[in-house]
Structures are given as structure tokens and as C-alpha cells.
Design a protein around this ligand. Structure first.
Ligand SMILES: Cc1cc2nc3c(=O)[nH]c(=O)nc-3n(C[C@H](O)[C@H](O)[C@H](O)COP(=O)(O)OP(=O)(O)OC[C@H]3O[C@@H](n4cnc5c(N)ncnc54)[C@H](O)[C@@H]3O)c2cc1C
Ligand code: SF4
Length: 314
């Protein structure tokens, strides 16, 4: 069945504050996937494996918890479509979460067959960044701080959920910076296909769509937005069933769609005017040159400061 063009919109917050703290926005993904796991289903989603970003299959809460939080890099999805189909044919309930283009690819892969046991969750998606820049950046940080980086988190909530800070974790210390944030928001390093994305509209690919809900003073919500609220679009009857099934785990309130028509739901990202020059320089110059010319970090001297403001872990 085709999804509606007029989704029902909700502000959603997981009742468990630890889950909200570990999630990108209000922890809606955990609430929806809990219900599927409790029914013996399978979850597919995006994780960090060290510094690499990829999709995995999970049948436990521990595996699913690794999918929490946004990774702004393209996820490696090799072999996942095949596994999804196998699970569907074995009559398992399958929840696949990912970008709208990945959800569309799943539908293409399974063809015309309608699987009632497939639930798709797409995210509001600005675009994913170049894996090459990500790898170079990680190598740069590791060299700069003179220790291997073992894990990473985008948009660490300890700096507030509206901030965009990347946190790198060594064995004993952690380091913070906003270089990826700047290169993404300055529109230099998204994947080329993201600049002409056909999914920036309300005809969503998922039964449910998840995003960040940015509130304003007129939006009176019965819960606080201090540590994150999810925007949830219910796009199909199946989506509404999942939403209702998780109701005991969340606080939620219906909101007017006109209040949350954020850019990534309706407008393609324009490449930066000097993007070509950026890439020419990227190929020729050092990573420090890129930082000093295309990000605010060196201009404000914040990167050096952040790198120096190391915090001993544990
Ligand atoms: C690349 C990217 C761009 C985004 N752009 C916007 C935006 O412009 N506006 C907006 O409102 N929200 C955007 N989001 C969505 C938002 O950041 C949260 O992912 C969403 O609100 C879910 O939060 P949560 O607290 O419910 O769940 P969390 O528990 O934080 O769930 C994370 C979910 O995101 C999926 N995911 C994480 N990284 C990736 C990835 N690289 N590829 C595919 N799936 C991934 C996981 O599989 C999981 O389902 C973006 C997310 C990503 C990954
Ligand atoms: S912006 Fe569009 S093409 Fe790029 S990852 Fe998101 S859904 Fe896919």
C-alpha cells in the first residue's frame, strides 16, 4: 500500500531519560524497535564499528542499542538487503531503519511481493558525508593527539542536544571538535547524489519517519525539550500500529505539520558555490589547510583549544 502524502505528526519523547541521553533526539527509535524485539523480531540499523559506519542485523536489545545516535557518514550496507529478504521469507518481523534512499532500495530489492512483516523507518535526511573525508579526519585527529582513536560520537549531548560537537575517544582521553559539522553545514562534503535527492518530500519511504523536533515558544509541549525530542511522522496504517504499540514507553502529543516542515523534508541541499575549488584543494593540500580555510575551528582557535581541553576518561 502507498504511504499517505499527509502524515500525522507527533512530538515524541522516550519516558526513560537514559535512553533519551543515548539517542540523537527523543529516543523514539528505541521505543518502536523495543516492541519488535519483544515479539521476537529482527532490527536492522546503522552502527559505528570502531570508526567505520555500517548497517547490522540485531535480535537483542544490546545489538539494537548500538544503532542509537546519528552517524553523518554514508553507511556501508553490503549484503544487508539479502539478509532482510531471508528474514522476511522466514516470516520474521523485520524492522529496517535507515535513510529514505536505503528504505527505497529495500522495496526495490524485494520487488512486487507485499510483506506484511516488513516495517520501514526512514529518517529525515539532510544527506550523508564523504567516507574519504571522514577517514582522513580521523587519521588527522589521531596524529594530532598522538594516540589511536577507538570510538567516536557525533553530537555528544553533554554539550546540549542542539549543539554539533564530534567527540573522539582514545584509550584514556576524549577530544572534541566541530570540523565535520562545519564541512557538512557549509555544503562541501555531502555525497554527490544527496544534492539532487528525490526523497525530500512528504511522500515518505518509511511507515514511520524520525527527525529532530526543533520547538519554538508557540509550541507548547507537555514535556521539556532540554535533552531532545523526536519528530515522528506516521505515514501508513502499519506505522500507526507500531506507534500505538509503543505508547506506554513514550510521552507524545500530536502536532501540526506546518510547525515542523523543516528544510530536509522539502528542499534539496544546494552545493556550496566553491565546492569544486574545495575538492581541488582537498586533493592537493593538507588536512590542516582544509581546516583553516573551510571551517571555523582554526579561525576561532577553538579546535586547538578543544584538543588541549582533554578530559581523562573513567
Ligand atoms: C545522515 C543523517 C542526516 C540527518 N538529517 C536530519 C535533518 O536534516 N533533520 C532532522 O530533523 N533529522 C535529521 N536526521 C535524523 C536525526 O538526527 C535522528 O536520527 C532521528 O531524529 C532519530 O532520533 P532518535 O532519538 O529517535 O533515535 P536514535 O536512537 O538516535 O536512532 C538512530 C537511527 O538512525 C539510524 N541511522 C543513524 N545513522 C545513520 C546513517 N548514517 N545512515 C542510515 N541510518 C542511520 C539508525 O539506524 C537508527 O535507526 C539525520 C540523521 C542522519 C543519520
Ligand atoms: S539525502 Fe537523499 S540521497 Fe542522500 S542519503 Fe539522504 S535520502 Fe539518500
Amino acid at each position: 500500500m502507498t504511504n499517505t502524502n499527509y502524515p500525522i505528526c507527533y512530538a515524541v519523547k522516550n519516558k526513560n531519560i537514559d535512553i533519551v541521553a543515548q539517542s540523537r533526539s527523543g529516543g523514539a527509535f528505541t521505543a518502536f524497535s523495543d516492541d519488535v524485539l519483544e515479539k521476537g523480531g529482527v532490527i536492522y540499523g546503522c552502527v559505528f564499528e570502531g570508526l567505520k559506519v555500517l548497517h547490522i542485523r540485531a535480535v537483542s536489545k544490546e545489538g539494537r542499542d548500538r544503532m542509537r545516535n546519528s552517524k553523518y557518514i554514508q553507511s556501508n550496507i553490503e549484503n544487508i538487503y539479502l539478509q532482510v529478504k531471508k528474514d522476511l521469507d522466514a516470516q520474521k518481523i523485520v524492522l529496517f531503519s535507515g535513510t529514505p534512499c536505503q528504505c527505497h532500495a529495500i522495496k526495490k530489492y524485494i520487488g512486487n511481493k507485499v510483506y506484511e512483516n516488513l516495517i520501514l523507518i526512514d529518517i529525515v535526511c539532510q544527506g550523508v558525508a564523504s567516507t574519504k573525508v571522514w577517514e582522513d579526519y580521523c587519521a588527522y585527529v589521531s596524529k594530532k593527539v598522538k594516540e589511536p582513536i577507538v570510538s567516536v560520537s557525533f553530537r555528544n549531548k553533554k554539550f546540549g542536544w542542539k549543539s554539533h560537537i564530534e567527540s573522539f575517544y582514545g584509550n584514556k582521553k576524549e577530544y572534541h571538535s566541530g570540523i565535520m559539522r562545519d564541512l557538512i553545514s557549509n555544503r562541501y562534503i555531502l555525497r554527490p547524489s544527496c544534492y539532487s535527492c528525490p526523497y525530500k518530500n512528504m511522500q515518505r519511504q518509511g511507515d514511520l519517519t524520525l527527525g529532530d523536533l526543533w520547538t519554538d515558544e508557540q509550541m507548547k509541549l507537555p514535556f521539556n525539550d532540554y535533552d531532545g525530542i523526536s519528530l515522528v511522522l506516521v505515514n501508513s496504517d502499519k506505522g500507526q500500529e507500531i506507534f500505538n504499540a509503543s505508547a506506554s514507553k513514550t510521552e507524545s502529543i500530536r502536532i501540526d505539520i506546518t510547525r515542523c516542515k523543516q528544510r530536509s523534508l522539502h528542499t534539496q541541499v544546494e552545493p556550496q558555490k566553491n565546492r569544486e575549488a574545495f575538492w581541488k584543494n582537498y586533493k592537493k593540500r593538507s588536512f590542516s589547510y582544509i581546516i583553516s580555510h573551510y571551517t571555523t575551528e582554526t579561525r576561532t582557535n577553538r579546535f586547538k583549544k578543544f584538543i588541549k581541553q582533554v578530559v581523562r576518561r573513567g
